[in-house]
Write a new protein. Structure first.
Ligand SMILES: [Zn+2]
Length: 66
């Protein structure tokens, strides 16, 4: 079970084959292989990357999905 990198909530819904949405803090998570990216959905529908906040540099030590 994945957790939100922002709020640590497990209340994450799947919205696409590689996309998830956190219902607690309203960010979108994209999983690409073993890489995770986080985006904030702006009011106009555009996505702002939050990777700088959550995934400093190479994320090797932070993402261990398996
Ligand atoms: Zn969250």
């Amino acid at each position: 079970m994945m957790r939100c990198p922002n709020c640590n909530s497990r209340d994450i819904g799947k919205i696409g084959s590689h996309q998830y949405y956190c219902w607690s803090c309203f960010i979108e998570l994209t999983v690409n292989g073993d890489k995770m990216s986080a985006y904030q959905v702006e009011e106009d529908g555009t996505l702002s990357s939050l990777d700088d906040l959550f995934f400093d540099g190479p994320a090797e030590s932070q993402v261990h999905a398996n």
